[in-house]
Design a protein around this ligand. Structure first.
Ligand code: ZN
Ligand code: ZN
Length: 333
């Protein structure tokens, strides 16, 4: 089979390796679609730690074509999305933190390839109504679902999402579906703002046109938001979210702020207004539920481009340019 191997910096090489076979407890998946993630972009820019040579790609869907000993033969032909790690359910991380941090995790192979191998548990069946391309959005969506489920929602009138990339769109959709009455999308790019409507946005804010805090107060009887989610990864926007929430408001940090960045907020203000800050990094315990959740969202137009396996480097460049919402690699055409 063909695999695309990353060799550091922006260097990639298309390699030919023997087809994988399924070890006990594992499955082989013929890959249909793999999303290009901001993390892949950051790895090639040296902004996210990773050691080459390595096969990147961690947001993939496909069909099970081989099962190892101990895996039910009936899984052959099943349409699945791949979780990047398995979980034991017994360790300290599984029982006190989240299954995606399992101390005994077994990893799925890099997915920019014609086939990937994964523990049977990590190959999650998708609903019949969800197509494989949209199913590939499950991994990023699961991080947003996990974050949205950390928030207290009772009597929540208004929520704000700062940043209208794929993660911001999903965060908005899940907060709305959990019961926030009205959701605001704050995003400078018009096409992304418009797309937020189909994810459930009630109000669209353009930060180049006016101040977000004023905008929210104007639409909420002079009060701030109950919830504000930062989904960009800029400390100054986290500070904006702290400003935009009302007393006892909750700020969700899904964007990846730079390592070592201090929080540019007034600590007295956090204390006095009793504001909660929540970090949200990964898939938590929700990955297996995510395909059914995203099947409830109108995902038309979210896939901005499709690339063959040899064009992974170009797809990563285009993804980093912020031209589209989500780019997919199609290793098998
Ligand atoms: Zn990702
Ligand atoms: Zn565990």
């Amino acid at each position: 089979m063909r695999i695309m191997t990353w060799h550091g910096g922006d260097k990639f090489r298309l390699d030919h390796v023997p087809d994988p076979s399924a070890e006990p407890g594992k499955v082989v998946v013929r890959m249909d679609s793999i999303g290009v993630c901001g993390t892949d972009v950051h790895i090639t820019q040296g902004l996210f730690p990773s050691i080459p040579p390595k096969v990147l790609g961690h947001e993939g869907s496909g069909v099970i074509v081989e099962v190892g000993d101990g895996v039910d033969q009936s899984r052959l032909g099943e349409r699945v999305v791949l979780n990047t790690t398995s979980h034991c359910g017994n360790c300290s991380a599984c029982t006190t933190w989240s299954e995606s941090r399992c101390e005994n995790a077994d990893c799925t192979s890099g997915m920019f390839a014609e086939y990937a191998t994964a523990p049977s548990q990590s190959a999650v069946k998708i609903p019949d109504s969800l197509d494989l391309e949209q199913a590939a959005l499950s991994e990023p969506a699961s991080c947003c679902l996990s974050g949205a489920e950390m928030m207290r929602i009772d009597d929540t009138e208004i929520g704000v999402v700062v940043g209208g990339g794929i993660m911001g769109l999903f965060t908005l959709a899940f907060l709305k579906r959990r019961g926030v009455e009205r959701m605001v999308m704050s995003e400078p790019v018009k096409a992304r703002r418009e797309m937020a409507k189909q994810f459930g946005a009630d109000l669209l804010h353009d930060p180049t046109e006016g101040d977000l805090t004023e905008f929210v107060k104007d639409h909420n009887g002079g009060y701030g938001a109950n919830i504000a989610a930062e989904v960009v990864g800029q400390p100054k926007l986290v500070a904006k979210c702290v400003e935009v929430v009302r007393p006892r408001g909750q700020v969700l940090m899904i964007g990846v702020s730079p390592e070592g960045a201090p929080l540019p907020v007034d600590m007295y203000d956090l204390h006095y207004r009793e504001v909660t800050l929540k970090g949200a990094f990964g898939r938590g315990d929700v990955f297996a539920r995510t395909p059914a959740e995203i099947d409830q969202i109108n995902l038309d137009g979210v896939i901005s481009g499709r690339y063959e396996l040899q064009d992974v480097p170009q797809a990563i460049v285009d993804s980093g340019d912020g031209k589209g919402v989500k780019f997919l690699i199609k290793p098998n055409g």
